[in-house]
Design a protein around this ligand. Structure first.
Ligand code: NAP
Ligand code: GDD
Length: 443
């Protein structure tokens, strides 16, 4: 155990100083294979080697504090929530280990600012591959695991139901078994990223911890397995494992195919003359949208609780997709009026007061900026999510209304306005439905 701590400390210092394995080997007069074997956890680092390393690097490898640092392992570290949670835990003084997928190219934009910082480490692992999970859990020996990795898009789960089940359902079981295989079942606390999608075709409004589940997509069915296997291991093996039943939470880091981000990006492009129209599906769908940055605090609070319990995390405020779009456009000075019903509904611009910088020659007044397309309808859609966060407020002392709906919309639109402006003349893209679909834009 102590050896891996040394390895992580060593890697952190090397990252900080921009030293690679070969250079380190030269600095201490050892063969590079010795260092590879330390890094792979195949041999320990002897006391004399530690002294040699400390002298060469001019840094202490083991600081007293390091012995007391809590270790967190985050699956799904490259996702929206994983990136915010990493920042949050690092600030709390944790040593953070993230699991990333091995890909031919790296997509790590959300955590690139953390890479190379002390106490932040990445490991390869896949939710479909037990051995990779056993390896990483055994090597890191975390005090807390946050299991955030998932195929998280509901429409994609209709297109790839088997893959979704493997990752989102069996994947949870693999994490639990990895903890048992590492002999950590009595010490390691586990947070499972559960979801309001479990309520699906809702049987009660608003939804709380006692509302019956009625999953309504392959994603939700897979997540329901995750929820129950966590409960099962809690009861069968007395493990400290809990589910956070989180309602939708968004941010400027949200994936571009989720409806809020799809809207804010389109608003920015339309406002800057790069897009003509936004195509959406069910405008009447209702969600309880919160800010992801506020929600990761709750994941941590759930694991600091005296006993393992499940919690609903939500704002308690509900809005429709139509309202989200209305406020997003309004924030850039475009007023919309919605006309028609169902597939014929359109959002027409009734006043155009865009900031002069973005104002183009032609006014948008009278133009249909939102249209409905059946391409964005789901085989079964969850349309009435509204959470009751009373338990989280009372037991965890969590504030569900730190960031209001209006502030959330503003944060996301402002960020996309800057992003689109920064991209400059990013070709006029996604202007019509045919282009959307041709480009394989996920629904
Ligand atoms: P996200 O942005 O889609 O991130 C998903 C993460 O899972 C990414 O890091 C992804 O890695 C990783 N991943 C996917 N498949 C994997 C696999 N087979 N092996 C290893 N890693 C894999 O999702 P999010 O919004 O941050 O949500 C985090 C978790 O909370 C998810 O489990 C989601 O289902 C759940 N949840 C989210 C919300 C919400 O509103 N955001 C609400 C309730 C529950 P790559 O970067 O390599 O793709
Ligand atoms: N994505 C998308 N695209 N959704 C649309 C569109 C569109 O063009 N038009 C309307 N919607 C509707 C969907 O039908 C759905 O009812 C609602 O907008 C929200 O869709 P998403 O933003 O894709 O999120 P979600 O609610 O299906 O799933 C998210 O939240 C869950 C928690 O409730 C994901 O983050 C899940 O991983 C998470 O569990």
């Amino acid at each position: 155990m102590i050896d891996m701590q040394l390895v992580f400390a060593l890697k952190g210092i090397m990252n900080q100083k921009g030293i690679n394995q070969r250079e380190l080997a030269d600095m201490i007069g050892k063969d590079e294979t010795v260092i590879s074997r330390w890094f792979a956890g195949k041999v320990g680092i002897s006391r004399s080697s530690v002294e040699l390393l400390e002298k060469a690097l001019g840094e202490k490898l083991i600081k007293d504090k390091q012995h007391n640092m809590k270790k967190a392992l985050i699956t799904g570290v490259t996702g929206q929530d994983g990136s915010y949670l990493s920042e949050f835990l690092l600030e709390k003084g944790y040593e953070v280990h993230g699991v990333i997928r091995r890909n031919s190219s790296d997509h790590r934009e959300r955590i690139s600012h953390l890479e190379g910082t002390p106490h932040f480490h990445l490991h390869y692992g896949h939710m479909e591959d037990s051995m990779s999970l056993v390896k990483v859990v055994t090597m890191v020996r975390p005090d807390e695991i946050y299991n955030l990795a998932a195929q998280s898009h509901v429409q994609v789960s209709f297109d790839s139901p088997e893959f979704t089940a493997d990752v989102d359902a069996t994947g949870v079981l693999r994490v639990l078994e990895a903890v048992r295989a590492a002999g950590l079942e009595n010490t390691c606390r586990i947070y499972q990223a559960s979801t309001s999608e479990l309520y699906g075709k809702v049987e009660e409004v608003p939804q709380n911890e006692n509302t019956p589940f009625h999953p309504y997509s392959p994603y939700a069915v897979a997540k329901l397995y995750g929820y129950w296997i966590i409960r099962e291991y809690r009861e069968a093996y007395n493990m400290f494992c809990c589910s956070g039943i989180l309602f939708n939470h968004e941010s400027e880091r949200r994936g571009e195919t989720f409806v809020t981000r799809k809207i804010t990006l389109a608003v920015a492009r339309i406002a800057q003359g790069l897009q003509d129209c936004l195509y959406l599906g069910n405008l009447g769908s209702l969600r309880d949208w919160g800010y992801a940055k506020d929600y990761v605090e709750c994941m941590w609070l759930i694991l600091q609780n005296d006993k393992p319990e499940d919690f609903v995390i939500a704002t308690g405020v509900q809005h429709s997709v139509r309202e989200f779009a209305y406020y997003a456009f309004k924030h850039v000075g475009i007023e919309l009026e919605f006309k028609g019903k169902g597939l014929d509904e359109i959002g027409v611009c009734v006043s155009d007061n865009r900031h002069s910088v973005h104002k183009k020659d032609t006014s948008l007044v009278g133009k249909a900026l939102i249209k409905v397309s059946p391409d964005f309808y789901r085989p079964t859609d969850v349309v009435n999510l509204w959470g009751d966060p009373t338990k989280a407020k009372a037991k965890l002392g969590w504030n569900p209304n730190k960031t209001s709906f209006e502030e959330l919309v503003k944060i996301m639109v402002d960020s996309d306005m800057a992003k689109v402006a920064g991209e400059g003349a990013a070709a006029k893209v996604r202007t019509n439905l045919a282009e959307y679909l041709e480009k394989g834009i996920v629904k």
